[in-house]
Design a binder for this molecule. Structure first.
Ligand code: ADP
Length: 467
């Protein structure tokens, strides 16, 4: 159901608003329903009460008039006969609890058995449930011409009225429940609709890449003015962020460029001094070798930074051409043999696989991955490269049986400067290699992924559309 969008997140604004408004509305509705039912009961009963009060006040007066013609006791019976009807029943009792007068209807023994034995009847009319019927009852002392005639009782059967009232109350309760349910659904729907622009802002924001921050526009349909203002402020902030991101990128690119040239010269001088310096002492040679290798590493780092800056600003261009995968890998394997004795096995079950890539960039990718495989595995374990076709995709796998990568780190190793703990990184490196590899592979329309198990090895998989 639609309500599932809450996913019962207690911190969700939608849930909080819906529960809050629904709670207050339900309380309000229930309060109104209770008040209405109380008032209905009051109005219904009060008419009967007034009638009974009137009879109770008038009764002694009537008895007095009749007693001028007949005896007091007969006068009471005459007044009872005169004021009784089908609904209003009366009777009088002496102080010794003997019934001295009664309405005709009390000859019917069933009603008489219920009413006549009643004691402690209040002087103000009250509703009582007696054997399934509702009676409005009151009893007042009867004194006429200074003579105490005991107590005078009035009872009115209001069962039908009471039943009608109960039916009305039941309908009112049902109506309240239905209205509450409809109201809660309507409130939930309305709140969901009102908060939709916020959801859209968050969706659009998560889709904006770092490179397109400045182009972000939230085209919201008929948003509330507060949300519109928020969206505009957000767009301005993204624009400022994009400008500062652009400045940083520019700075990084300039600094890398400016530093790379003098460092390359230093590197050249150090290497030529090393080559042409037969009189160097062992310590001097060692110092120069370290300086040359650090300078070389820094030049490589600057080159990597320049590559990334170019890729970020969209200035990296790929010269895509049809390449035979088998030839490419054979060439790269031959290149690695020049600086490493690590055994590399190339398995290919189809020799004429072709992909459209930039040859030099693709070589750079493969060299980087093979270089890592060599760095992070012991020399006795060979590195295997496989190429094959799967679902019209050309797959290249670089597998090693080295230290492996912990599962939680596998997604992060493609981030810039992300390196695993120092202990396993004695091999050196900058933490930029894999992010460049990913940028290059994706720039050429491919994908890269890794599967790895600690102490068992890693497999880096490249996927390119076949041509
Ligand atoms: P680095 O220059 O440090 O090698 P990379 O971006 O190439 O930087 O690699 C990032 C991290 O991923 C490395 O520090 C290393 O810990 C881990 N890593 C990369 N390749 C492998 C591999 N084949 N086996 C184990 N760990 C690897």
């Amino acid at each position: 159901m639609k309500l599932l969008w809450y996913k019962l997140d207690p911190a969700s604004l939608k849930l909080r608003l819906t529960v809050g408004i629904a709670l207050f509305s339900t309380l309000g509705l229930c309060g109104l329903a209770s008040w209405t039912s109380m008032r209905m009961q009051q109005i219904l009963v009060s008419t009967h009460k007034d009638n009974i009060k009137y009879i109770a006040e008038r009764f002694p007066h009537d008895v007095k008039i009749y007693s001028d013609m007949v005896s007091l006791e007969e006068g009471v019976q005459k007044a009872v006969d005169n004021l009784s009807n089908d609904n209003i029943i009366m009777w009088a009792k002496s102080d010794r609890n003997v019934v001295t007068a009664r309405s005709q209807i009390l000859q019917n023994t069933k009603i008489a058995q219920v009413l006549l034995p009643l004691k402690n009847v209040p002087p103000i009319p009250q509703v009582k449930d007696l054997e399934g019927r509702y009676w409005l009852l009151c009893a007042t002392p009867l004194q006429v011409k200074g003579v105490n005639l005991g107590k005078f009782y009035i009872a009115q059967d209001i069962t039908e009225d009471q039943k009608m009232l109960l039916r009305l109350l039941r309908s009112l309760t049902l109506a309240t429940i239905i209205v509450t349910a409809i109201m809660i659904t309507a409130i939930a729907f309305y709140i969901n609709r009102s908060l939709r622009p916020l959801k859209r802002i968050s969706q659009l924001t998560s889709d904006i890449s770092a490179e397109r921050l400045g182009e972000a526009h939230f085209n919201l349909e008929n948003p509330p003015s507060e949300v519109k203002e928020l969206a505009e402020t957000f767009e301005k902030m993204l624009l400022r962020l994009s400008q500062s991101w652009e400045h940083q990128r520019q700075l990084l690119s300039n600094v890398s460029h400016e530093l790379r040239t003098p460092l390359t010269i230093i590197c050249g001088y150090l290497e030529s001094t090393l080559r042409r310096g037969p009189n160097l002492t062992e310590i001097q040679r060692e110092a120069l070798t370290t300086a040359a290798s650090e300078a070389d590493r820094t030049v490589q780092l600057l080159q990597d930074l320049l590559d990334l800056a170019r890729a970020d600003s969209g200035a990296m261009h790929f010269q895509l051409e049809k390449i035979d995968v088998h030839e490419l890998i054979t060439e790269v394997v031959a290149m690695t043999k020049q600086y490493s004795n690590h055994q590399i096995i190339f398995e290919s079950n189809k020799s004429n696989l072709e992909i459209a890539v930039d040859k030099n960039r693709c070589k750079q990718v493969l060299l980087n991955l093979i270089d890592n495989a060599i760095k992070y595995s012991a020399s006795e374990y060979p590195i295997t490269i496989k190429s094959y076709l799967q679902d019209s995709l050309v797959i290249i796998e670089i597998c090693d049986r080295g230290v492996g990568i912990p599962l939680q780190q596998q997604a992060r190793i493609f981030e810039r400067f992300h390196r695993l703990d120092e202990a396993r990184n004695r091999a050196g490196g900058t933490g930029l290699g894999l992010s460049i590899v990913k940028t290059l592979v994706e720039g050429m329309g491919g994908k890269i992924s890794v599967q790895s198990q600690l102490e068992k090895g890693s497999t880096f998989t490249l996927k390119f559309p076949g041509v």
